[in-house]
Write a protein that binds this ligand. Structure first.
Ligand code: SF4
Length: 249
């Protein structure tokens, strides 16, 4: 099914206050080429909700994740635990080896500490993501407004994804946009959803190992990501629209 920008905006208004399950239900019914983006963190809740909704609708659930090559061992183990727990096939996407090898040969393995994270994220995350998105009509993300005051406070529940401009219509569903971290964790605990053990060690927002650190009491979760950079630049580009709107995991 194809939606115009006006239709997407109207749906975003209609569904603005709806439950995440309603949004996932809409996505599963409206789009055949649809997949959930799973980062290996608390966005596992999307898989939990989607498998419940999909069972009622008798629809398949497609999930992909980006293997940057720099994730924590705990995250790799968690991704595989989720695969087994939900009996899912997870598409694990790797960076282009030619581009990656040229990059690390020239700049080493930690160039992001000297410059910024964008070039490394571009090769390890953005290119594989775009390759995947080119095969989809819509995707589902775990973005929440409370994750980043600088870049996510306007995230709608449904939006036209600008990744491919006019070359390809792509719709992004953000079913958890309205939920707080507390709601997510209340749900995870209530329904005994598997979670990444790094969360028990002070990690809130989990990304690549060299670019993620635990945060202390009173610190915002995003302070644990790319801490050597400006707060308004703390998006890796996966959600480019957020950064264009304000200036993209
Ligand atoms: S988060 Fe860090 S290690 Fe991971 S792709 Fe971005 S810059 Fe590279």
């Amino acid at each position: 099914m194809t939606f115009s920008v006006e239709q997407i905006n109207a749906l975003a208004i209609d569904y603005a206050e709806k439950d995440p399950k309603d949004l996932i239900s809409l996505a599963l019914q409206a789009f055949g080429k649809l997949a959930i983006s799973f980062s290996g963190a608390e966005d596992v809740i999307l898989i939990e909700l989607a498998t419940k909704v999909a069972r009622q609708l008798d629809k398949p659930v497609h999930v992909f994740t980006l293997d940057t090559g720099r994730l924590h061992p705990e995250t790799y183990q968690f991704i595989d635990r989720v695969r087994q727990h939900y009996n899912l096939t997870i598409d694990i996407l790797s960076p282009d080896t030619v581009a990656l090898e040229a990059f690390v040969r020239e700049k080493g393995l930690f160039s992001f500490y000297q410059t910024d994270h964008h070039e490394c994220c571009g090769i390890r995350k953005i290119e594989p993501l775009k390759r995947k998105l080119a095969t989809l009509d819509a995707w589902i993300t775990g973005q929440r407004r409370d994750q980043s005051p600088g870049t996510r406070n306007q995230v709608p529940v449904i939006e036209q994804d600008p990744t491919f401009g006019k070359d390809k219509a792509l719709v992004k569903f953000n079913p958890l946009a309205n939920w707080t971290s507390k709601q997510v964790w209340d749900y995870i605990r209530m329904f005994d959803v598997p979670y990444n053990p790094l969360h028990d060690r002070g990690f809130i927002s989990i990304g690549c190992e060299p670019c993620t650190r635990p945060v202390g009491p009173g610190q915002h979760e995003r302070e644990g990501r790319w801490w050597w950079e400006e707060a308004t630049a703390k998006e890796c580009g996966l959600h480019r629209g957020n950064v264009i709107a304000s200036d993209g995991d």
